[in-house]
Design a protein around this ligand. Sequence first.
Ligand SMILES: Nc1ncnc2c1ncn2[C@@H]1O[C@H](COP(=O)(O)OP(=O)(O)OP(=O)(O)O)[C@@H](O)[C@H]1O
Ligand SMILES: [Mg+2]
Length: 251
Amino acid sequence: MTLQIEDLTKEYLMGELTVSALSGITLNIEQGQFLVILGPSGSGKTTLLNVIGGIDRPTTGKILFGTNGKSTNLVSLKERDLTKYRRLNVGFIFQFYNLVASLTAFENVELAAKLTNPSDEARKISKELLEEVGLGDKSNKFPAQLSGGEQQRVAIARALAKKPKILLADEPTGNIDSETTGKILKLLQRVNENYKVTILLVTHNVGISTLADKVIYLRDGKIFGTSKYDPAKEKEFWEELTVAPPIDTAG
Ligand SMILES: Nc1ncnc2c1ncn2[C@@H]1O[C@H](COP(=O)(O)OP(=O)(O)OP(=O)(O)O)[C@@H](O)[C@H]1O
Ligand SMILES: [Mg+2]
């Protein structure tokens, strides 16, 4: 799987005004890469994920999705084929876990697994994935009976249930305390490794970007910089995350 993004633009029409959300993004993404997209609010991060995931369409440019020696330009796909691309290839993880409240953890994952698998296979996959995310013993709980971090782990299992080639995560730890954030990030690193799934993770958190193979810095819809993985920086990130908060003993 490869993604070749060429000179991508996205404009939104707001009455008389045109908002330029992406302007001239060119980017190559390889199978199994862990990419982090960093940038201020309004810089186009979510828009970029949405067009790569086939949720939204760019205004101009190309998104070449390469698989099995074939290359497809997502931009020229009909609605039905774009839906098919999304369904078969893309898993999404959002900031607010978006689980179905009336379904158990298991059923939430199973629902997604059934999109691309026969029923008994879907059950098997769901069970395995809930174990993978450390929730084997809580698979019959409803979202409301789970903590934020646990709900996000269910959402990760759900996103993986169709064995996507691309995992898109928009601020997946935005609502989670730092200890749980650490666990979620370790989990994403593990699934990146074990399933060779390409991950694009959007965050405001500079620390999280130390885990990435490559960091893309967005500003005003443009890439204004990239940086490569540095093991020393990742080590520092984990050390800071595990330092216990100072205890005020004075009182
Ligand atoms: N549906 C829409 N209609 C009009 N303008 C939009 C729409 N979606 C996004 N925009 C505009 O496009 C620009 C990029 O938005 P986007 O949501 O991609 O930013 P972001 O980097 O994800 O920000 P945040 O960190 O706040 O989530 C912003 O100026 C935003 O107001
Ligand atoms: Mg956003």
